[in-house]
Design a protein around this ligand. Structure first.
Ligand code: FO1
Length: 309
């Protein structure tokens, strides 16, 4: 008997932490997990295709992540980065580690040979064994660019070089209109018993997934979202700067309103329980600090039980 099928929409660092808990809970109930991961952060750097969110999830679940950074490899060295800087080869502000570069070399070689990103990700996961199905949201190029007062820059430049301090007027997901869901994405959503929205950045991690035609309409199974905002502040990253850029308040209620038209349940931290109402959505107070994997697994259990009612 095939167990429950859980599909998770996720971004990078927060999404990866959440997926550790999803995998743990899934193992305890014999469920199968498919993560549909954002590709909007992806970027060409020094001739290599870098997929930060896919790599954060793959390294985290494969136990190769640098736990402090939440991105890149543990035990990293930076010789190539130093050599590139010695050549004055821009961008010097983006940290490419020597071990991490091997991932980008394998990916870029396979892209050059015409392989789709979903097949490349599967091949990389043969090594990392994440224990879940890992899918890019699209095999097409969809890139988040940030529109400033005088120009637009790639999300990575805004996020890493400028630490999201340049006022963003809006975010554009270049290529989204003509992109199609990656191989396996629509099947996973169609067969899902439940869908979880990870506590990722709603503006630059979840929105680019939903912007790919067909995906949002395919969220037919019961959907539980986990608020990335606790007590009016993002758990990690700079979601507050992204939310203000699109005129959404940095609260559990604000983010819940962004997902309201497809949410069944919205998990909020008890700190936000009293002032979170999302029309037509069941608000479920649950401790949301992902302090360790068992705690996160408990959060996942709450999300699933909220969908059983
Ligand atoms: N984030 C940084 O703050 N500084 C970096 O130099 C940096 C390099 C980097 C290289 C590969 C990679 O997969 C991720 C990297 N990140 C870096 C993180 C990345 O910018 C963000 O994690 C995501 O794009 C946002 O979720």
């Amino acid at each position: 008997m095939v167990g429950m099928r859980i599909v998770v929409l996720a971004g990078g660092i927060g999404g990866a932490r959440f997926l550790l808990g999803v995998r743990e809970h899934a193992r305890s109930i014999g469920a199968e997990v498919t993560a549909i991961v954002n590709v909007g952060d992806d970027v060409w750097m020094h001739g290599l295709r870098i997929c930060p969110d896919l790599d954060s999830v793959m390294y985290t679940l494969g136990d190769g992540i640098d736990p402090g950074r939440g991105w890149g490899r543990a035990g990293e060295t930076w010789s190539v980065k130093e050599e590139l800087a010695s050549y004055g080869a821009e961008p010097t502000w983006f940290g490419l580690g020597d071990r991490d570069i091997a991932t980008h070399l394998v990916r870029s070689t396979m892209l050059a040979a015409g392989q789709p990103l979903s097949a490349i990700t599967a091949r990389l996961c043969e090594r990392w064994q994440p224990g879940i199905n890992l899918l890019p949201a699209s095999d097409d190029r969809v890139e988040t660019h940030v529109v400033l007062a005088d120009r637009a820059i790639h999300f990575q430049e805004w996020w890493v070089r400028h630490k999201a301090e340049l006022p963003a007027q809006r975010f554009v997901f270049l290529g989204a209109e003509t992109a199609t869901p990656a191989s396996g994405v629509m099947e996973a959503l169609a067969q899902a018993d439940v869908i979880l929205i990870a506590p990722s950045n709603p503006v630059v991690s979840i929105a680019p997934i939903l912007a790919i035609p067909g995906i949002k309409d395919a969220l037919k199974a019961p959907v539980a979202g986990i608020s990335p905002i606790i007590g009016g502040a993002p758990v990690r990253g700079m979601a507050d700067k992204c939310l203000s850029a699109i005129g959404v308040e940095c609260t559990a209620a604000g983010v819940g309103s962004l997902y309201a038209d497809f949410l069944t349940a919205w998990l909020v931290d008890p700190a936000d329980a009293d002032d979170t109402v999302v029309n037509g959505v069941t608000v479920v107070p649950t401790p949301l600090w992902m302090t360790d994997v068992p705690t996160t697994a408990t959060m996942v259990r709450s999300a699933l039980s909220a969908l059983e009612k």
